[in-house]
Structures are given as structure tokens and as C-alpha cells.
Design a binder for this molecule. Structure first.
Ligand SMILES: NC(=O)c1ccc[n+]([C@@H]2O[C@H](COP(=O)([O-])OP(=O)(O)OC[C@H]3O[C@@H](n4cnc5c(N)ncnc54)[C@H](OP(=O)(O)O)[C@@H]3O)[C@@H](O)[C@H]2O)c1
Length: 430
């Protein structure tokens, strides 16, 4: 049992800066909470000459990862560099060297989580990753501990703050997508290259982590169906509100009859649903378990302080175990054998918006194609007639229908001479 716990920090950016400030700024409180002093021994950075916060002693900085990975006195490595490599390699090397690891890296955990968890188990060390999903929301630990007694039926969440900020702006001010994105970038809610957020990749990484933990088997990012938010227009929010819905980018994993389906897409959510009220950069995750029922987690999904809360929480957990000589608890075995299916056979209600000739018989032609695909229309709104172009916008909602049938029907509809463009297809999550 060590007399003190030494930490090697890899990364001193948004999250690393917060973690360093917490470790250096309140040592007495941490010692009291853990039962042992926790020291920040070394910090890996890329550029040693970058201006840093003044309270970071310059002699802690290094550009050589081996000064952390091979230092026998370092018990815990905190990886907050981001990206897949060299982060994944450093995590592996640290675990192989018998060091505990805390990481905030969703990409590495989504792609290599099961392998790294086995490596940690084999080496008798902890690998904790609370900060990889939902920033300050304690969802990962709950799926690994408090909710373990449940068979999880579904996970449904808003787990990307950037897209939620953009969609909230579009909904509240009917702002155009590109303007809302520019505002998100100005206010620091979106990165200079927001592709991973906009196209749903970031949420797919996080959903892969949550679904793997919930269903005890590896769900890979590639298993997650993705639709980004780039096709949404301000008018979609107007029409959705008229129909009684908000539009949210939802990450959903369900298990039904031994089959898992995972998807990230913008969805219509009834205005009185809790998820419809999650606005701005906030995140929320609803877990539906057979014993606990629906449990909702809500909070700040990113940012220095919330993410520091998650990382330092993991550090405290490891510190306490080290302090009492406790071995790491067995990790959830990700050896489930359920089928992971595409969403083709999924049933949902749909919202579709299309632009068609403003003439008699158009709706009948569209309805015929939908009917032949067993898709029954629930409502039709005719909107925004363009007198000059002699076109009108049609917003159609359907009763539950099979995903693949809806897509095939839309392909046929888009080939109709009277249809100028199929603008949007969204699922309705009642
Ligand atoms: N930001 C958030 O709100 C948030 C929330 C949840 C999870 N996360 C996750 O936390 C991780 C870190 O995010 P962040 O926003 O803190 O990133 P960041 O601000 O870009 O900081 C990255 C840090 O890692 C260092 N670094 C990067 N590559 C390196 C390399 N090859 N060798 C040595 N040092 C390297 C950089 O060094 P220099 O300082 O010298 O450039 C920098 O200090 C990511 O996995 C991210 O997904 C972030």
C-alpha cells in the first residue's frame, strides 16, 4: 500500500488544465477525501513553450511520454490528450506497466474499450472513463455499478452539446443552420472543424460506449446508424412545433427480442417529453431498466469544470482503493451474444418534407406509392406555396412503418415528375 499516490497527466488542454488545477489547488481536501496525499508528478504536453496557467510549475512539464510510462513511482496515468493515437498506445503501455488509467477519450474507449478493459483486468488495475460520455453527468459509472442489476431496455439521450446548442438556436429563433453553427463556434460550443459533431460521429462514439456497458457486449461505432443535422432547416422547426414536437438529435440504443439496434439521428420529440426540454449545451440520458424504470440523467455534457469533476471523481475512486489495498472490482464482461442489427426492420413514425408541383392529383400519387409500401399517412400539411414556381411544400407524417419500406417509397416518390425534391426524412419518437 503506497504512502502517497503519484499521478502522471497526459494532456494539459481544456480538461487537463482543469485536472491539474484541481490536483494542485486543493491538496488538503483531496488528502482528506482519499485518505492519502495525491501528487501531480509529471505532465505530458506537445509544446513546452506554450503559455500555461501561472500556477503550473514548469518543471512538471515534459514532452517525453516515457517519463510517465516508465516512472515506477507513478501509480495513475490520466490520459486527456484526445485523438486515437498515440493516446491508445499510451493507455495500453500504462496498463501493461501496472498503472491505473483514467481517460476522457471517447474515441479510444468506443473503438478499443473491451480490449483495454481486459488488459486492465489482466494487470489487476483500474481503467475508468467517466468523462468519456456526458461530461459531468455520472452515467458511465452508474451503468458499471448502480444500474447493473437491470436488464436495460433502452438508452435514449442527447449526448452532443454542440448539436443541441445549434438545434436550440434554430428552434427558438428559427435561425438558419449555418448561422447557428457560426454562433456556436463564436461562443466556444463548437470546434473550428465541427464535422464529428454535425454528422453524429461524436454521439456515435458515446452511444457505442453506453450501449456496450448496458448490453454487456461490444457495440462498435460502426454499428451505430447515423444521420447528421446538416439537412435541417428553420422551417422544419416551425412545422414540427405546429405538430406538437421539438427536434432533437437523439442517440438511441434498444434491445428487443435478443437484437440490439443503435442509432443517432435528429428526431421529432413530443414537446411535453423531458428530452424536448433539454436545451443549449446541456446533455441528458434516459436509461430504461426492468427494475429501475426510467431514470433520467441531466447536466453539462462538456467543458473544463464538468469534465474535471468526472476525471477527478475517477481519480478519487482509484486513490481510495489504493489507500485501502483494495483490488479493482471485476469489470463488466462484454461477452454478450445478442445480434446487432441495422435499423432497416425498425418501426417508427416518420416526418417527411418535400417540395412538389402545386397541382391537383399530386398528393394522390404520393399516397399511392406510400400505400403500396404499407405506409399509412397520419397527417398532411401544405405549406409555403411558391406562386411563381407553382410548387408547394408538403409535410407528411406517417403511422408506424418499417424503415426500409419508407426509404424505398421515398426513392420512388423522389422519381415522380411532380416531386421537385424530398427535403427531409425524420423519425418521430413518441
Ligand atoms: N473539452 C471538453 O469539454 C471535453 C469533454 C469531455 C471529454 N473530453 C475529452 O478529453 C480529451 C481532451 O480534450 P481537451 O478538450 O482537453 O483537448 P485539448 O484542449 O486539445 O488539449 C489536448 C492536450 O493534449 C496535449 N497533446 C495532444 N496530443 C499530444 C501528443 N501527441 N503528445 C503530447 N501531448 C499531446 C496538448 O498539448 P499542448 O498543450 O502542448 O498542445 C494539450 O495540452 C479528449 O479525448 C476529449 O474528447 C473533452
Amino acid at each position: 500500500m503506497p504512502g502517497e499516490i503519484n499521478v502522471g497527466l497526459m494532456g494539459l488542454g481544456v480538461v487537463g488544465g482543469g485536472v491539474a488545477a484541481a490536483l494542485l489547488g486543493r491538496p488538503e481536501e483531496l488528502t482528506k477525501t482519499i485518505g492519502l496525499p495525491m501528487n501531480l508528478k509529471r505532465i505530458l504536453v506537445r509544446d513546452p513553450d506554450k503559455p500555461r496557467e501561472s500556477n503550473i510549475p514548469a518543471d512538471l512539464l515534459t514532452t517525453n511520454p516515457e517519463e510517465i510510462l516508465t516512472d515506477q513511482s507513478i501509480h495513475v496515468v490520466v490520459e486527456v490528450m484526445g485523438g486515437s493515437q498515440p493516446a491508445a498506445r499510451y493507455i495500453k503501455d500504462a496498463l501493461s506497466a501496472g498503472k491505473h488509467v483514467v481517460t476522457a477519450n471517447k474515441e479510444v474507449m468506443a473503438r478499443q474499450g473491451p480490449e483495454l478493459m481486459s488488459l486492465a483486468q489482466g494487470n489487476g488495475v483500474n481503467l475508468l472513463f467517466e468523462a468519456s460520455v456526458g461530461g459531468g453527468i455520472p452515467i458511465v459509472g452508474c451503468l458499471m455499478k448502480e444500474l447493473l442489476a437491470n436488464e436495460v431496455q433502452s438508452i435514449r439521450g442527447i449526448i452532443n452539446g454542440t448539436t443541441n446548442y445549434i438545434l436550440t438556436r434554430m428552434a427558438n429563433h428559427f435561425t438558419d443552420f449555418h448561422q447557428a453553427l457560426a454562433e456556436a463556434q463564436d461562443r466556444g460550443f463548437a470546434e473550428a472543424d465541427p464535422t464529428n459533431d454535425i454528422d453524429g460521429m461524436d454521439a456515435a462514439y458515446k452511444l457505442a460506449i453506453l450501449a456496450s456497458l448496458a448490453y454487456h457486449q461490444q457495440v462498435r461505432p460502426e454499428d451505430v446508424y447515423r444521420q447528421g443535422i446538416g439537412s435541417l432547416e428553420a422551417k422544419d422547426f416551425r412545422y414540427a412545433q405546429e405538430l406538437g414536437y421539438a427536434i432533437k438529435s437523439l442517440a438511441i440504443a434498444t434491445r428487443d427480442n435478443g437484437a440490439i439496434r443503435a442509432r443517432v439521428y435528429p428526431s421529432l420529440v413530443p414537446l411535453d417529453n423531458m428530452l424536448a426540454k433539454v436545451d443549449g449545451a446541456y446533455n441528458a440520458v434516459e436509461v430504461d431498466g426492468d427494475l429501475c424504470g426510467k431514470v433520467l440523467f441531466h447536466g453539462l455534457g462538456a467543458g473544463r469544470e464538468p469534465t474535471t469533476s468526472a476525471v477527478v471523481g475517477d481519480l478519487i475512486e482509484i486513490g481510495r482503493k489504493l489507500g485501502t489495498g483494495g483490488r479493482p472490482a471485476p469489470v463488466t464482461q462484454l461477452d454478450g451474444k445478442d445480434r446487432i442489427l441495422p435499423i432497416d426492420d425498425m418501426e417508427s413514425r416518420y416526418y417527411l418534407r418535400l417540395n412538389a408541383a402545386d397541382q391537383a392529383g399530386v398528393l394522390a400519387e404520393i399516397a399511392r406509392i406510400l400505400g403500396e409500401g404499407n405506409i399509412s399517412i397520419a397527417s398532411v400539411l401544405q405549406k409555403d406555396t411558391d406562386q411563381a414556381a407553382q410548387t408547394a411544400e408538403l409535410v407528411i407524417t406517417t403511422h408506424p412503418a418499417r424503415e426500409a419500406s419508407v426509404r424505398e417509397a421515398l426513392r420512388l416518390v423522389s422519381n415522380l415528375e411532380v416531386v421537385r425534391e424530398v427535403n427531409n426524412l425524420l423519425r418521430i419518437e413518441d
